[in-house]
Design a binder for this molecule. Sequence first.
Ligand code: 13P
Length: 390
Amino acid sequence: MPLVNMTDLLVHARGHGYAVAALDVVSLDFLEAVIAAAETCRAPVVVSLAESHFEHYDFELLMTAVVTACQRSPAPLAIHLDHGASLDSAVRAIRLGCNGVMVDGSHLGPDENRALTRTVAEMAKACGVTVEGELGYVPGEEGEDAERHPGEVVYTTPEEAADFVAATGVDCLAVSVGTVHGRMRGEPRLDYERLAAIAAATPIPLVIHGGTGLGDAAFGRLIASGVAKINYYTALADAAAHAIREAAAADPRAGYTRLTQRVRAAIQAEAERVIRLFGGAGRADELLAHCRPWREIDHVILFNATAEDDAVAAMKAAGREALGALPGVREAATGRAVTADARYRHCWLIRFCGEPVIDAYKHHPAHQAFADERFRPIAGDRITIDFERD
Ligand code: 13P
């Protein structure tokens, strides 16, 4: 299961002078293309899902495919929420399988950005999930013409960056040095001196948003100055759209599958191009040896209950709702023994996103309240084991 710890991936990249491509996916075509590109290049990739795109697809449904695709791939991969707006967004993304979350408070005032980022970072770190914050402001919107989303670049300053990292505890930091999200006319002028000063001020991996439209040489200079993750989307979307336009021009009567037949190959080709350009190609083996694998934990409780069936069912329903909402819990299910003579009649199956959640969950006030008030009083006869899968 080569989902790997995303911090390990990015720290390795910063330490070894390359950047991991963070590629936003918006459909199964994108997902398959991006993973095929990682596999062909034997490279790491951060599979990203941007909250601004959730109006275009069902995040929960696509995440099921993303997790399955990443788990069965031999490439070292991480799954990241891109531009998450709130604590709730981050909790939900982790529940659905993200092992990295971005909290984007870059449009807020400095104090509010700090407070929001720190809150998300505390929650995510208790789950072992990587957190990206953003300081400064990168205007534009991924997938759109930059001039349709005007806004001034707010540059990150090195002093603020060091303070922000210390105050919030983020694992990687998106910085603003002149890039813009989306399709641009001409190439932006980047402030490499500023970037080098930020890199000198903080050792954590730096992130560049708005990769589309930068020239090949710009990527090399960004990476040489401490950038370890480059977010890239619009050019993938444009490659997909171009493939559809060509198919439509070649056959105006073509149906959906004919129109989209070459979409995956077009996205994959552009993804491979940037993966190689960022220096990630051929690094899969060293990364799989270096990075901690991302492993879920099954928290299993077998119990007997000293209460009427209705009361047990009500207790289980309340627990599924309360425990299923806790940070780092991917699923909270209950069950009944099929055979009448089973040693234990009931069970909980709680799936944690990772080992750190064992502790965070145990001490969470909502878990303690449920356990003390609803569960333990009627379930004295029980055993509990945390399993990792073989
Ligand atoms: P582009 O769409 O400009 O490549 O930017 C992508 C991005 O930064 C996603 O967070």
